[in-house]
Design a protein around this ligand. Structure first.
Ligand SMILES: [Zn+2]
Length: 856
């Protein structure tokens, strides 16, 4: 795209101006000392000295209200930073801090090529210091706003999170800056994060503005068919055949797109909308949500659902670009039934936002992105950086707080053509604040992903000062560490980091930030208690969580409305009494209190939290094993009563199998065991071999439809030895029957948890190598029994105080033996023995080095 040219940072302005003769009577009363230097080095501009302003903020006499407001805010913040008083005056921009749209100052020979008319280039701005001041010039008013906040950012200003608590205003009586930068965003829209509908709009808006999230271009891309039907009610009443044919009837909010009359109606409607509002730049032609696509023959002949949606979007794009109103865009999602890429080309003014969840057709996000890009689409990404119903605002759960995910995906999508980002988020600044702050930085400049550590350090330095070290631990735990930890362990570590941080600072601003995080940590503690509670204690735990979340709501650490509107938890086991309903205001509502948290309360939360949330201390040394697995047969393990696990499951399941020689695996596969999910396509069965250099499956079958019928599937491999059998059904349920005698093993380690391969109750064996002193691991629940080689109970999981790490000593003579986990559910991740579970010693696959050293 054109806007990739002249990347920021390239010093493309040859500074030919020498300011030796600069007038001391100009708005900048002191010439900069660096003017004799080589012309490519930007001049340093002195803005304030000893609490005295050396420049005015300058706007053009004809500048807009918005630009004047931005200039006023700049003057205000320069004053707050320096202690000096800055004035906003009118001028031609040749001296002082000139703030404006590039056309505001015709006297300036900037040499910068602004193209304010190009829709995707309107966020372009330039900052340049010179002998008599600085230019803050934008291609549009929005770009001027970016320039102002970038300028302040370069002077040390930050608004990390939305509330005043997280604002950092540096104090410098001598204010100076050398800058020569042109900035153009990599992503045209950067709505990540963007705030949920019920958030504090004003605070979100301020945060978005100051972190360059807002864009001068806005893309319409929401579900649109319903609205078109509503606006064209009469036409649709006259022409029922314009609607989709579903089950023999013309109904619903999908169109019969093969009907030329319908297409003309939509095209005419879009043209009318654009003509009514010539400033409008885009029109959404995204289908209505849900299914109900037309079943008529001509529609089927058009191709896939995506082909039909794109055909209509293409015609709209064609039409609205013929109106002579400048370039106009059409937005659609690649989502749900229109996720897969179409066979038809996509018009170059159709922007397709690929959803990263709710994908149909069994493809990965990467496949979708590449498929749509190959059809010529301008891409957007419809992200889900945090959805409350998935994360409940707990730490380490949402993508938006996962720095590895953000630094991987944002540049990846960009490299594949994505230029628009639209993400769902919540007010989860406690869990994801650091990721939320980093996201617009990465979206503006994807190369920032390579410097993410420096940004994290900037955050820690400025937000926490002397308390930086423990806060680095805190944010590493929340946003970078992905090891398996118990909820109590995470909460315990958060409290401990905060306690240390509190001893290291007397700065009240830092203290207020730590207080926010103490209250958030308390939220995680109350949530853990609530989640673990059952029976009579659950209601009380819910009430405690509700009250705390409400009382800390002004901190924006947690999505209060989502928590306190009970239905968002979808928890039928608790009730919200009528008098405590969300709508009932304080003070009538007995659950609502806005009393400030006192120093004593906060201190008690920390000390109590540390006492009640012990961190996991491993009393065993984890042992690493190779992934080169071979049959355990050589160990001559005893015959045992076979274990069991369910071969009925959903989503992506992986099993390790062994073929003595190249040949086939014969399976029985029954797909579509959840009737309502039978639209998710055929079951995909793949066989992988580590010997296959291409990493592609050696055999693949997609012949089994989701219809509840059992079918035979044969997978042939040209290799002998270890294979991975992978079954994927898009969330519908599938049952497998494996051939008798085929060694089948499920991996169960921290790095390779079994995932959906183990569901329901199971009983499986594992091997304890010779000389092993401790069997240690991690359990997600307190169900099941661990038995040693003689069948004696080594650990009854129900006797554990909580889910988490466990360890038991290996009794004399019980090493070199087959142990059993009986009647378990969930995951038991093995950390000191090979993480291999099987129904018997015969089916068990073990790391080669273990079999070789333990062979008798
Ligand atoms: Zn049709």
């Amino acid at each position: 795209m054109a806007h990739r040219e002249n990347r920021r940072g390239s010093r493309i302005w040859l500074l030919s101006v020498a300011c030796a003769a600069a007038s001391f009577t100009s708005a900048c009363r002191r010439a900069c000392p660096l003017t004799e230097k080589a012309s490519r080095t930007p001049a340093e501009t002195r803005l304030a000295e000893g609490g005295r302003a050396l420049c005015n903020v300058v706007v053009a006499p004809n500048s807009s209200v918005r630009v004047r407001a931005d200039a006023g805010e700049l003057a205000d913040y320069l004053g707050r930073i320096s202690g000096a008083s800055f004035e906003v005056v009118e001028g031609d921009g040749t001296s002082g801090i000139a703030v404006g749209v590039h056309t505001d100052f015709p006297a300036l020979a900037t040499g910068v090529a602004f193209d304010g008319g190009a829709p995707f280039l309107r966020d372009h701005y330039a900052l340049r210091s010179h002998a008599n001041g600085v230019w803050l010039l934008g291609a549009s008013e929005q770009a001027v706003t970016h320039a102002v906040w970038d300028f302040l950012h370069r002077l040390g200003y930050r608004l990390f999170f939305p509330t005043d608590t997280w604002e950092v205003v540096p104090a410098t009586s001598d204010l100076r800056l050398a800058v020569d930068a042109q900035e153009k965003p990599d992503y045209v829209t950067r709505q990540a994060p963007r705030g949920a509908p019920w958030s504090n709009d004003a605070l979100w808006s301020r945060w978005r503005t100051r972190n360059r999230v807002e864009s001068a271009f806005s893309l319409s891309t929401g579900h649109a068919y319903d609205g078109i039907i509503r606006d064209c009610r009469e036409e649709f009443d006259r022409h029922p055949e314009y609607r989709a044919l579903v089950g023999g009837e013309r109904r619903g909010s999908k169109f019969c797109i093969s009907n030329p009359g319908l297409r003309k109606l939509v095209v005419d409607y879009s043209a009318r909308v654009m003509k009514d509002d010539p400033q409008r730049e885009s029109f959404s032609a995204d289908p209505s949500d849900g299914g109900g696509w037309c079943e008529c023959k001509p529609c089927a002949e058009m191709g896939s659902v995506s082909d039909r949606a794109v055909t209509l979007a293409n015609e709209v794009a064609e039409a609205i670009n013929r109106l002579g109103l400048g370039p106009k865009y059409v937005g659609i999602y690649a989502y749900n039934q229109h996720s897969p890429a179409p066979a038809v080309r996509v018009h170059s003014n159709v922007v397709v936002s690929v959803a990263t969840s709710f994908i149909r057709g069994g493809q990965s996000v990467e496949q979708l992105v590449e498929g749509w890009a190959a059809r010529g689409a301008v891409l957007g990404v419809r992200e889900y950086h945090d959805v409350f119903t998935w994360s409940h605002d707990m730490p380490r759960r949402a993508r938006g707080g996962d720095i590895d995910y953000l630094t991987r995906t944002i540049p990846y999508f960009y490299a594949h053509g994505a230029r628009f980002m639209n993400s769902e988020n919540s007010d989860s600044w406690g869990a994801n604040g650091l990721g939320y702050w980093l996201s617009p930085i990465l979206l503006w400049d994807v190369s920032a992903a390579q410097r993410v550590d420096a940004y994290v350090e900037d955050f820690l330095d400025k937000a926490f000062g002397a308390a930086k070290a423990p806060m680095r631990d805190f944010y590493t735990l929340l946003n970078r560490d992905r090891s398996v930890r118990t909820p109590v362990d995470v909460t315990g570590r958060m409290y401990r980091a905060l306690e240390t941080a509190r001893t290291l600072t007397n700065d009240p601003k830092v203290g207020a930030r730590l207080d926010d995080l103490v209250l958030y940590t308390r939220y995680t503690e109350l949530y853990n208690t609530y989640q673990a509670a059952s029976g009579g204690t659950r209601q009380a735990a819910f009430e405690a969580l509700w009250r705390h979340t409400y009382r800390m709501r002004d901190r924006m650490m947690v999505h209060t409305a989502a928590v306190c509107l009970r239905e968002r938890f979808r928890d039928q086991s608790v009730t919200l009494p009528k008098e405590a309903a969300w709508e009932v205001p304080e003070p009538q509502n007995p659950w609502k209190s806005s009393a400030p948290f006192t120093r004593q309360e906060l201190a008690a939360l920390v000390s109590g939290g540390i006492a009640d949330n012990p961190v996991a201390v491993l009393d065993f040394e984890p042992v690493a094993f190779s992934s080169a697995l071979v049959p355990a047969a050589a160990l001559n393990l005893p015959e045992v009563a076979p274990g069991t696990f369910s071969l009925r499951g959903r989503n992506m399941r992986r099993f390790l199998v062994w073929l003595d020689k190249p040949g086939s695996v014969e399976l029985q596969v029954t797909g579509g065991l959840i009737r309502g999910y039978r639209d998710r396509g055929n079951v995909k069965v793949s066989l992988f071999s580590p010997l296959e250099a291409t990493l592609e499956p050696v055999a693949y079958d997609e012949s089994v439809p989701p219809d509840g019928e059992t079918r035979a599937v044969t997978l042939r491999s040209p290799y002998a030895g270890l294979h991975t059998l992978q079954v994927s059904d898009g969330g519908d349920m599938t049952e497998l029957a494996l051939p008798k005698g085929l060694p089948v093993t499920v991996l169960s380690s921290l790095e390779t948890p079994p995932g959906p391969a183990l569901t329901g109750r199971w009983t499986l064996y594992f091997y304890v190598p010779r000389a092993t002193k401790v069997v240690g691991g991690f359990t997600h629940d307190r169900l099941g029994t661990l038995r040693d080689g003689e069948g004696k109970v080594a650990l009854d999981f129900s006797t554990l105080k909580q889910a988490g790490y466990f360890s038991v000593p290996v009794p004399a003579g019980q090493d070199g033996a087959l142990w059993k986990i009986e009647n378990a559910s969930g995951h038991k991740l093995l950390m000191t023995v090979p993480p291999c579970l099987a129904r018997s010693g015969k089916e068990l696959l073990l790391p080669r080095e273990v079999v070789e050293s333990d062979r008798r």
